[in-house]
Design a binder for this molecule. Structure first.
Ligand SMILES: Cc1cc2nc3c(=O)[nH]c(=O)nc-3n(C[C@H](O)[C@H](O)[C@H](O)COP(=O)(O)O)c2cc1C
Length: 405
């Protein structure tokens, strides 16, 4: 049997119908006040028939006072239950599970959207690579604020379960709050939340336990975790392996591996020659992680050919193939891979030739494709980069960025 077509039973007994997963991509398609829009829901209606066993949404915020991007959905109470139910129902009648990625950006939040930035410690980002993530000094969270954030993650997971989503994923990667707590560089606390790895991992462990207590044993909870932060003094590969062990012992259902932060964006950036040869990022890491845990592993970053995906699962290096950018231009990718009608999924975006703009294009070009899907249009692999950029700036100026009012 095709390795990718083999169902996967998660530790809690829930079954993924195949090994292809859409990894999280921030859609930036909420209303101004952070509700899901018909365009956002439309994109998931499209992806529900992609043939993937698992769809993970773009990051949804747990607290309206801590928002990563201006049009992120926030789920902190039940006021938008009808919309959440509609979103969750997009996969009804299919073999696809829809999970929501839940996140708190910590110091990687936009200054323009958040009055204050909260983080484990008052350590600013070292980069101004993104204009919206300049080195503003965050406020170190108090004990009460940390406990409040843990409760917020749990509360959001419970509401999402009630809305009908099939599972949740904690965003523990890419330099957001959970990943800031894990990093000895961003977290220089001297209390029980900082210092030793056990202390730095306490935040994510408590989030997991809070969620589990609220959603029960049967509801899938996963995490996206960095293999490393790729920074001197940051969260290292050895520490990441330890966190894999800790979370496995706790009973987490799926560990997705990625890597990097805004300071060193390894999740989408340039790759080492050895990695390019094997197509996929973080492959060496996953092979090592495989030896230390029985928890299902998902790997995301760089998968573009069906044969590489198939071999990775067949050789038992990983359990689930995570794919992000190709889903925006090949919305039927699951069926195409499994049926063999397409074997390669390149995502060569159009560029403007202006370095500053093209860095940005690596996000907004894909967001523009997601918006097209949500509007019922076909993807446009030739979508002009200048048009995307001008449209983006124009909508922001008009205050109409996102998926609706
Ligand atoms: C537009 C865009 C938005 C993204 N948003 C998120 C996000 O919300 N959460 C997350 O964990 N990763 C996010 N990512 C990273 C992807 O999940 C993935 O790790 C990365 O794109 C590498 O996988 P790929 O080569 O299959 O695209 C985003 C990527 C893109 C292109």
């Amino acid at each position: 049997m095709d390795s990718l077509q083999t169902p996967l039973t998660l530790p809690n007994g829930s079954v993924l119908s195949n090994r292809i997963a859409k990894s999280a991509m921030s859609e930036n398609l909420s209303t101004k006040d952070h509700k899901p829009t018909p365009v956002l829901i439309g994109a998931y209606r499209k992806w529900a028939s992609s043939g993937a066993g698992l769809l993970i949404t773009g990051n949804v915020m747990v607290d309206v006072k801590a928002i990563g991007e201006p049009r992120n959905v926030v789920v902190e109470d039940r006021s938008n239950m009808a919309l959440l139910k509609e979103w969750a129902a997009t996969t009804d009648g299919t073999d696809t599970q829809l999970w929501v990625q839940v996140n708190h950006p910590g110091r990687q939040a936009m200054e323009q959207v958040n009055k204050t930035l909260k983080a484990p410690s008052a350590v600013p980002l070292k980069t101004s690579g993104r204009k919206d993530a300049t080195g503003k000094i965050p406020e170190a969270m108090t004990e009460a604020e940390i406990l409040h954030a843990i409760d917020a993650f749990g509360n959001t997971a419970l509401i999402l379960k009630e809305a009908g989503f099939a599972g949740v994923q904690i965003h523990g990667a890419h330099g957001y709050l959970v990943s800031q707590f894990l990093s000895p560089d961003a977290n220089v606390r001297t209390d029980r939340w900082g210092g030793s790895l056990e202390n730095r991992a306490r935040f994510v462990v408590e989030i997991y336990r809070k969620m589990r207590a609220l959603v029960g044993a049967d509801f899938p909870i996963g995490i996206k975790l960095n293999s490393a932060d790729f920074q001197k003094g940051g969260f290292s590969e050895e520490e990441s392996m330890e966190v894999v062990k800790i979370l496995s012992r706790e009973g987490i259902d799926l560990i997705e591996i990625s890597g990097g932060t805004y300071e060193a964006p390894a999740m989408m950036g340039k790759r080492k020659a050895s990695t390019v040869k094997r197509e996929v990022y973080f492959m060496e890491y996953i092979e090592k992680a495989r030896k230390i845990t029985d928890t299902p592993l998902m790997l995301t970053g760089g998968f573009r050919t069906a044969s590489v995906m198939r071999d990775a699962v067949a050789s038992d290096q990983l359990d689930v193939v995570g794919v992000a950018r190709p889903f925006t231009v090949y919305p039927n990718i699951g069926h195409e891979i499994l049926g063999g009608s397409r074997t390669s999924f390149p995502t060569d975006i159009q560029k403007t030739g202006v370095k500053g703009i093209d860095g940005f294009m690596g996000l907004i070009w894909y967001e523009a494709q997601i918006k097209r899907l949500g509007q019922g249009k076909e993807p446009d692999p030739k979508l002009n980069a200048w048009l995307v950029f001008i449209n983006y700036v124009w909508l922001i100026l008009l205050g109409k960025f996102g998926g609706g009012k």
